[in-house]
Ligand binder design. Structure first.
Ligand code: HEC
Length: 117
């Protein structure tokens, strides 16, 4: 099992180092945006969609479009950590580091890269 994670980790590093990213693949805090994307897909996309545009979520909750209004990484960290209205909190299920990665991904990547939508 650990081997798979190691492999995924290496793949993420290699992907982040591809020249086509030209530095733009790194978030403001220097964390690999690919890791943030995977964490977003795993933790957020079931409600907000991979695109971030939202829609009907499990339990009949409508999940809002999180691409707009634009939020700062700090605001996003707050929302992910403690939850927001009917949205669950994540501090029990993922680490602070992972929360930061997701926040940076949402703040920067979703909007800048149409191919992620
Ligand atoms: C179980 C479904 C669900 C999951 C999983 C989920 N959300 Fe949400 N999210 C919601 C709902 C529903 C709301 C609106 C809550 C409200 O207004 O009461 C919301 C609100 C938000 C908002 C605030 C939007 C605004 O209008 O200001 C942000 C940002 C957000 N979510 C990001 C995330 C991120 C990032 C993740 C992954 C870590 C995530 N959400 C996971 C359902 C979810």
């Amino acid at each position: 099992m650990m081997r798979i994670y190691t492999l995924i980790f290496i793949t993420i590093i290699l992907t982040a180092c591809e020249p086509k990213h030209n530095g733009a693949g790194m978030s403001p805090s220097g964390i690999s945006a690919s890791a943030g994307k995977q964490l977003f897909v795993d933790n957020c996309a079931r409600c907000h969609q991979i695109s971030g545009q939202g829609g009907p979520a499990p339990g009949g909750l409508p999940a809002p479009d999180i691409r707009q209004p634009r939020k700062s990484p700090a605001e996003l960290r707050q929302i992910i950590t403690f939850g927001f209205g009917k949205m669950p909190s994540f501090h029990d299920s993922i680490s602070d580091m992972q929360i930061s990665e997701i926040a940076d991904y949402v703040a920067v990547q979703i909007e800048r890269h149409p191919e992620y939508r």
